[in-house]
Ligand binder design. Structure first.
Ligand code: SF4
Ligand code: SF4
Ligand code: SF4
Ligand code: FES
Length: 969
């Protein structure tokens, strides 16, 4: 019997310490211990631990205000005063480190009097509106007044005070009420140490000192603040408070779950009142985020209950008709009949489906199972096709496992970090903050990216190298770096000899002059000496790690580049221990999981190839069906086949392929050719404009399951409210499967995970009980590694030795020319997520309500373009219109945009060029021309009209009288 997670049991779980307790100062990492006595209790603690933390470890809680355990002690409030034998006065326990033999007293009459006096001063300048204050019951000042026994304020409240200080409500999610500020500077330090943004300062001195966001004429919104919430979390008073708490009151209970946005996989406490989420508080016990968050996970959860949520199933025979709202049974029967009819008419292969990287592992597993066992073919694919499929191919080929090798925490042991084609502070913000912390500690940084990403502007960074290469030349760059390392004898000969194969052939290839930085100067646009300096720094670093993103994979040579990265890590011995490794930064919350769960047409769950008879038979036996031994269609093949007329029906769960896939007009033509498109989503997304069946989806708050983050960490997703549309996504897939005649009868997602564990070797010891006990598990989790595997490939690779791959650079066909002289590359920004379906329905819109085209001042000048001008953008695939943002973050000749808004049409311009091995689209290189225009593009005008017609079809949807349920499945 599974013991389901109960937050009340959290303190007694086997966490190393109580994650609900604030120990006052950070943990010491020293391995030396000292023995001390506190209030008569003798204890051994790590050297470097503060007296405050040591006392807290012995359950002796010293009052405190300016200290909290995720930032360094500051020693400003003095409330934590103690007496130490042999020391004069009353040292602050938060800033006093333990010493061997120290004898500490934390409570006596003198100390109590001193603390009361300090509290009295604070309280005399504090509006005593506790009973009506939003933080009543959740305020450390209130708690500490009680803890020190303050009963009266002798000075009265008539002296100088800050009661009239003006509130700052500019941030959409939290308020700043300075009249309640005790100037403890926890917010300032959290912004610096945890988030790494340095948006806040303490301005002025003494009584006049105050917290300031940016300069005096700025507020939170106009400052550098990125709304991560770390300051709100750190504030001990109601000065910085979530607006949701002010509006709805204090939460009453909490459930621990996982963020549904990016691949960092942050753990949160969903703090609730009944079934309503009041706030999401980053969970200190979450291994991926350790109590930190970004604006999306922390604040942008309102989409889950947005009025646009579709909660009733809908069907229609043609996209020219209004929708009909029907019962679940009727929608499922309609879908099943359509699929059966189409297969009877056009054949078994004429249907397929797409799994979601936003849904849980269990849901993804069920969709691919439905397709393979219920549809009877392997026409399953996933949105990872358009992002990290080259990671799968490239890593599997070279190191035998298609996943990142490290924990996020491992970066704290890196001496040099190479970031290629990734923008962690925007796309993986919590990891970005951790990385910045390491850079502030002195690690070197190499960024390989056409654009100047924010990471390069990290405060207090000591050394960085920006190789701002031309888009499409990654492979030339990585080969040149390897060329320098091998030709200068900087390789790790022992690692190469012991852990790798095929080095000789590779080294001969890489030493060819064609791969030298000098030969590649004209290709990459980077001076050879700059590459040589960076290559030497990489090879000479004790621990060098590589983090990469879609700027590596979304190219015609995406898979080649991933192999080039693996070559570099192996040649320098940077694999198999902390601080090193190859780390693909996965975009969506469950991209890793959707790949692990068998979403690709050629691989059953656990990357087990469909053509391997023994592996396939294992699944056949378990699933009770005969499986196809040929790989099915990939997404682009499905589109082509739909246009050709051989592919007729598609089931798409939680993925907006119309907005996210390249060459939108081609996708429109494909979707428009289908006889049945079944879309399952929480909103009527762009793809559903072409749908015949709409099955309402469930948000991450409405279901149980697991997500797997970019560190291979399987995290629990926990249901905090009932599904708005009655069923979780896995239940709907199960209904569809049953209606198609392939029975599924799971009662809970834990049963699906048990089935996964029985079929996927790397998951063989995973189950919900272990997840609840451990908090999370990094796969492989099997008999060899029963508690999971934080660092992979320590002794050997799954394929034995690593294999060097030959990676010749081949220029993409997509080149700037006279007609299309600029190269467009695309990416994300912090406040929006992917196609924006979620974040566009939150206050995050305040930071980015439209996609713009970033263009270098020279290119703008040449064309007479100014900030804010409308630009017509044309590629050989199509054209669109976006507003200009003149920015020197771009190199001349390269422009940049995001794709968060449907009408922007960023993917109308991107072409259907793709990676040679995996068909991952070449989003990062599109040759374009821009010119000033005054009206939207033809596509935008047509699409707007089509979209409005479809909205009218939704508005005019009728509620059908329920059919006789007995006739339904
Ligand atoms: S929300 Fe984050 S970035 Fe903004 S001021 Fe607070 S800590 Fe700094
Ligand atoms: S805003 Fe809060 S955390 Fe910041 S100084 Fe004031 S009381 Fe301290
Ligand atoms: S970093 Fe990613 S997982 Fe963490 S809160 Fe932000 S969006 Fe969510
Ligand atoms: S808590 Fe130690 S000085 Fe404030």
């Amino acid at each position: 019997m599974i013991k389901y997670y109960n937050p009340a049991n959290e303190a007694s779980s086997n966490q190393p310490f109580d994650v609900n307790k604030d120990y006052g100062t950070p943990v010491s990492t020293s391995t030396e211990t000292v023995s001390i006595e506190i209030d008569g209790v003798t204890l051994n603690v790590a050297e470097g631990t503060s007296v405050m933390r040591a006392a807290a470890l012995a359950d002796i809680n010293i009052p405190k205000l300016c200290a909290t355990d995720n930032i360094e002690a500051f020693g400003s409030c003095r409330l934590c005063a103690v007496q130490v034998e042999g020391m004069r006065g009353y040292p602050a326990s938060c800033t006093t480190p333990v010493k061997e033999g120290m004898v500490v007293t934390t409570q006596n009459d003198d100390i109590a009097k001193l603390r009361r006096n300090i509290m009295e001063l604070y309280i005399s300048d504090h509006p005593l509106d506790c009973l009506t204050c939003s933080s009543n019951g959740d305020c450390e000042l209130q708690d500490m007044a009680g803890a020190v026994g303050l009963r009266e304020v002798r000075y009265g409240f008539d002296g100088d005070n800050h009661f009239d200080a003006k509130n700052d409500d500019s941030n959409p999610y939290f308020t700043f009420e300075p009249s309640k500020c005790i100037t403890c500077s926890r917010c300032v330090r959290a912004c610096e140490e945890v988030q790494g943004t340095f948006a806040l300062t303490i301005e002025g001195r003494g009584f006049a000192s105050k917290v300031s966001a940016g300069s005096s004429d700025q507020n939170f919104l106009s400052s550098d603040c990125v709304s991560c919430g770390a300051c709100v979390q750190a504030c001990p008073t109601a000065t910085l408070t979530e607006k949701s708490v002010i509006e709805k009151g204090q939460p009453e209970h909490s459930i621990i779950t996982t963020c549904a946005y990016c691949g960092v996989g942050c753990s949160f406490k969903a703090e609730m009142k009944g079934e309503e989420v009041i706030r999401m508080v980053p969970y200190k016990g979450g291994e991926a985020n350790q109590g930190h968050s970004c604006v999306k996970g922390r604040f942008a959860f309102g989409y889950a209950t947005h009025k646009d949520r579709i909660t009733e199933p809908m069907i229609r025979d043609s996209i020219d008709e209004p929708w009909k709202k029907v019962s679940w049974d009727e929608a499922i029967e309609f879908s099943a009949n359509k699929i059966k009819g189409i297969q009877a008419k056009y054949g078994r292969e004429s249907v397929g489906g797409i799994t979601s990287s936003r849904c849980t592992n269990e849901e993804t597993y069920l969709v691919q199972k439905l397709i393979r066992a219920g549809f009877g073919n392997n026409n399953t694919d996933t949105c990872a096709r358009v992002c990290h499929s080259p990671t799968g191919y490239g890593l599997k080929t070279t190191i035998g496992e298609s996943a990142g090798t490290q924990t996020f925490e491992s970066v704290m042991k890196s001496d040099l970090v190479m970031v290629i084609g990734a923008n962690p502070t925007d796309a993986h913000p919590v990891f970005g903050s951790l990385l910045r912390k390491r850079l502030r500690q002195g690690a070197q940084l190499i960024v390989i990216d056409p654009r100047e990403i924010d990471l390069l502007n990290t405060s207090h960074i000591q050394e960085n190298h920006h190789l701002a290469l031309r888009p499409g030349t990654n492979v030339a760059m990585i080969n040149s770096i390897a060329h320098v390392i091998i030709s200068e004898g900087l390789e790790d000969k022992a690692f190469i000899a012991q852990r790798t194969d095929e080095y000789k052939a590779w080294s001969e290839f890489i030493l060819d002059d064609i791969n030298s930085p000098e030969a590649n100067e004209s290709v990459t646009g980077i001076p050879a000496e700059k590459i040589r300096i960076a290559a030497r720094a990489f090879a000479n670093a004790k621990n060098a790690s590589i983090y990469y993103g879609l700027g590596v994979t979304e190219h015609s040579q995406g898979s080649t580049m991933v192999m080039g990265i693996a070559n570099l890590a192996m040649a320098t011995g940077n694999i198999g221990r902390e601080g090193v490794g190859i780390n693909p930064l996965r975009g969506q919350n469950n991209v890793q999981g959707s790949c692990d769960m068998g979403s690709f047409p050629q691989e059953l769950p656990g990357y087990q190839h469909v053509s391997d008879n023994a592996l396939r038979e294992k699944f056949e036996k378990h699933w009770g069906v005969t499986l196809d031994n040929e790989p099915g269609l990939r997404i682009p093949n499905m589109f082509d086949a739909a246009i050709e007329g051989t592919f007729k029906a598609m089931y798409v769960q939680g993925e907006d392929i119309l907005q996210s896939d390249p060459n939108t007009q081609h996708v429109q033509a494909a979707l428009g050719s289908l006889e049945c498109l079944i879309v399952q989503d929480i909103f009527l997304n762009e793809t559903s404009l072409y749908a015949h069946v709409f099955l309402p989806g469930s948000s991450f708050l409405e279901k149980d399951g697991t997500f797997t983050n970019a560190e291979r960490r399987i995290n629990r997703v926990r249901k905090v409210m009932k599904p708005l549309a009655e069923f979780a996504d896995w239940e709907v897939t199960q209904k569809l499967s049953n209606a198609l005649g392939y029975p599924m009868n799971y009662q809970h997602p834990s049963e699906i995970m048990d089935e996964i564990a029985s079929l996927v070797p790397n998951f063989s010891r995973v189950n919900y009980q272990k997840l609840d006990e451990q908090g999370s598990i990094q796969w492989p989790c099997n008999n060899e590694f029963p508690d999971g595997t934080p660092i992979m490939h320590e002794k050997q690779f799954p394929i034995g030795n690593g294999r060097f791959a030959i990676t010749p650079y081949l220029a993409t066909e997509e080149r700037a020319n006279k007609r299309f002289p600029l190269l467009l590359t695309t990416g994300r920004i912090l406040s929006q997520y992917n196609v924006g379906a979620q974040t566009r329905r939150t206050e995050n819109q305040v930071w980015h309500d439209e996609d713009v085209l970033e263009i270098h001042p020279h290119d703008a000048d040449d064309r007479g373009i100014k900030d804010g001008d409308w630009l017509g953008i044309t590629s050989r695939a199509g054209d669109t219109v976006l507003r200009a943002k003149v920015s020197s973050r771009m190199q001349s000749g390269v422009v940049y945009t995001t794709f968060h808004h449907p009408l922007s049409g960023a993917n109308v311009i991107t072409t259907d060029n793709s990676d040679w091995a995996t068909n991952c689209p070449e989003y990062k290189v599109t040759a374009i021309q821009v010119e000033k225009v005054t009206s939207p593009s033809l596509w935008q005008t047509r699409y707007k009209k089509f979209s409005q017609e479809q909205k009218a079809h939704f508005k005019n949807s009728s509620k059908k009288k329920p059919a006789n349920r007995e006739n339904l499945v």
